[in-house]
Write a protein that binds this ligand. Sequence first.
Ligand code: C2E
Ligand code: MG
Ligand code: MG
Ligand code: MG
Length: 277
Amino acid sequence: RAKAAGRGRWATFDEAMREEAMRILDLEADLRRAINGEGFVAFYQPIVRLSDRRVVGHEALLRWQQAGGELLSPSSFIGVGENSSLIEEVDWLVYAQVADRIAHTQGGYISVNVSPRHFRDSAFADRLLRLLDKAKADPRRLRIEITEVALLEEAPRVLNMLKHLRGHGVLAQLDDFGTGFSALSYLHRFPIECLKIDQSFIAGLGSETRVESEAVVRAIQALAGSLGIHTVAEGIENVHQQRVVRELGCTLGQGYLYGRPLPELVSVIEEVETLAG
Ligand code: C2E
Ligand code: MG
Ligand code: MG
Ligand code: MG
């Protein structure tokens, strides 16, 4: 009987695995169709200077438009893409759209997310520069957002790539800072223009973890100061968080308080809530 029950469990487990595998295959096929069609769109979220809320740039964020009009965020499909090379292909669609935007607009920078996978491709930097060149986009208006994982993986190669890009005006920012390994000892070796403080710490500023979150933001701020670089506070949703990050010395901010990701760039932030709040 025990054996039968055991077999039963395995059968259910197999079934679940099979379903999961099918789901992933379906999703991959959908992704593949979307890559060949026009399903992937870059949305843009404003980044503001905290002292006066002037828009200094935007972050390009991927959205997958479903036939029914629904928009999917990366979290619902990027896991699949990250494990195949699909995410790289999707990224190139985003970069092409961003290059076009840069060429056809004036003003601030647009930052794009670069998956660590790209750093395994030694031609990445040149391909990106060629794309900008072909689109007649000023490389100084493009920034790349990378995570700390990228710095740990093949550090010498990444260092060369970042230097190469920087030589052409493309600056690099460290995304989701504070959540990774924070390889502080060799951070100074990389040409990093700014640290984007992970939104979990900003969210924590108004909760029970207020003290800890403030301590983390303060520490990141001190680190940035010693490196001579600036910071972007991510995920600012209310004026309380805005006030705290300003007091702690963050230079730039991004979050729903200033605007959600939209298909268009914005030049002015409407008075959402009073600054004094
Ligand atoms: P990220 O680069 O850290 O981007 C910030 C995320 O925070 C975005 O989620 C943005 O919509 C969200 N966000 C912004 N302000 C607020 C706020 O005030 N409150 C809250 N709760 N969230 C806020 P999104 O667009 O879902 O993207 C999630 C992640 O997916 C990104 O995190 C990035 O790692 C990745 N991603 C997005 N677009 C691309 C892309 O084109 N290529 C690659 N490789 N990854 C991408
Ligand atoms: Mg980002
Ligand atoms: Mg981020
Ligand atoms: Mg994030």
